[in-house]
Design a protein around this ligand. Structure first.
Ligand code: SF4
Ligand code: SF4
Length: 442
């Protein structure tokens, strides 16, 4: 098997949250592979931990990716302020010529791959495009580690690292079985410390609320953030879109700050959230191409958290507009045009500390973090779609005995997708076209 086949066989997908199947990405011909170690969402600590603890494996994984894509350059991009990971990575690189470190400033969203590509190479990913279009493959730290394990040890993706923090007794960086219930991870971290809590899956800015704590950890679960139910982040995530629209109609003053601060606008893209807000607010005749530009939004949330003086959320508006346009059958197409970063870009980098302060997360950042604990569940629930592409097809049935690491679902013939493997040894007790449940026996 070649590198791409080994990655495919192990079910590796983008672990940073996107879930794009990695074997498809490595088939592209590019010149630069970038490991995204920015980890810019506040409170998440898994990638920093891996860069420090598994630096040699990350470098080796990066070298495999360079080989697979025929690239000339490999870059580990991490923030200058990540002192210990930086020392470990530089030591692991040693005298290698084809791999280097890129030291990022401490701003949000340094980990948006369009922004990362610009910072590292000066290239601008075209509107509606992906980094491969400008010769770059970007993968997150854990994805690269999974590539290493797939090639070196033929080890499939059965576990993932995540940060469980906020209102839990012992905030921790956890090595979790894929399929373990969120509640088990929270229990491992000493349980919830407030009477009325809400749980955000992912980072505090881009993550979403999960009400069902029996829901499973997936290949893309980067964090479990427990917050008081009345926390500002939870309040904002639960406001109905209809209410935001009403509010926006009455208070959006068209100050344009959301546009002026938008990272995607600043790299030269045509996204102008204030114009989208104007269209929604006033229903006036803004050309279709401006509304379509909602597809250029990364949903980083900077406009909502930092820019808007009226506490409105162009990010949520853009998300709901995208959902509506997709439902109406619109396929976004952006004709190729030359884009240049805007002059003010360098002066509008927002320090992460300001974001943390605005989000009311400073106290959680101070808490000590335990690292390296592992889940060991009696029962797992494996979702058959944890990735971009088609739902995987189960290849087991109720009553089958499976071993840890055994594939339980395959990519449908000729489709984009990812294999799913069991993260424990046990018996299949439930199976349909959405999930497989496995329980330990005896
Ligand atoms: S920053 Fe807020 S008030 Fe100003 S244009 Fe944007 S949405 Fe409207
Ligand atoms: S969420 Fe706001 S700031 Fe971020 S890309 Fe979208 S419009 Fe720009």
């Amino acid at each position: 098997m070649n590198i791409s086949e080994l990655i495919k066989s192990s079910g590796v997908v983008g672990a940073g949250g996107a879930g794009f199947p990695t074997h498809v990405k490595v088939e592209a011909e590019i010149d630069t592979v970038i490991v995204n170690g920015a980890e810019c969402e506040p409170l998440l600590e898994n990638d920093k931990w891996l860069l420090e603890k598994e630096s040699k494996k990350v470098i080796k994984g990066l070298e495999y990716l360079i080989d697979a894509c025929g690239a000339r350059r490999g870059v580990i991009a991490l923030k200058q302020k990540y002192k210990q990971p930086m020392i470990a990575i530089k030591k692991a690189i040693g005298k290698r010529k084809s791999v280097e470190v890129f030291e990022l400033g401490d701003f949000y969203p340094a980990g948006d791959e369009f922004i990362l590509v610009y910072e590292v190479t000066g290239r601008i990913v075209p509107e509606g495009g992906i980094p491969l279009k400008v010769g770059c493959l970007v993968d997150n730290v854990e994805t690269v580690l999974n590539v290493y394990e797939a090639i070196e040890n033929k080890r499939p993706v059965t576990r993932r690292w995540l940060t469980c923090t906020g209102e839990v007794e012992v905030p921790s960086v956890v090595n979790a079985n894929i399929g373990v219930p969120l509640a088990d991870v929270i229990d491992l971290c000493g349980g919830i410390t407030v009477p009325d809590a809400a749980v955000v899956i992912g980072g505090p800015l881009m993550g979403s609320i999960e009400k069902d704590l029996q829901a499973p950890v997936t290949k893309t679960t980067t964090g479990i953030i427990v917050l008081p139910e009345d926390h500002e982040i939870i309040r904002k995530k639960t406001i109905p879109v209809e209410f935001i629209i009403k509010l926006s109609k009455s208070v959006c003053c068209q100050c344009t700050y959301c546009t002026e601060m938008c990272p995607r606008y600043l790299i030269g893209h045509g996204l102008k959230p204030h114009l989208i807000m104007r269209q929604i607010n006033l229903g006036i005749d803004i050309p279709a191409h401006i509304i379509k530009n909602a597809f250029l939004c990364s949903e980083c949330g900077l406009c909502e958290v930092f820019a808007c003086v009226m506490e409105l959320s162009p990010a949520i508006m853009n998300r709901s507009l995208k959902e509506r346009l997709i439902k109406e059958g619109l396929t976004p197409h952006f004709p190729e045009r030359k884009v240049e970063a805007r002059e003010m870009k360098e002066y509008r980098k927002i320090p992460t500390s300001r974001i943390v302060q605005r989000l009311g997360l400073s106290a959680y950042r101070e808490k000590p973090l335990r690292r390296g604990v592992k889940t060991d569940p009696e029962r797992i629930e494996l979702l058959l779609k944890q990735h971009i592409g088609e739902v995987s097809v189960p290849i087991v049935k109720v009553g089958d005995k499976v071993q840890e690491g055994q594939p339980i679902a395959e990519i449908p013939e000729g489709c984009l997708g990812a294999r799913v493997h069991s993260s424990i040894s046990g018996m299949v007790t439930f199976c349909d076209d959405e999930r497989v449940i496995i329980e330990r026996q005896g």
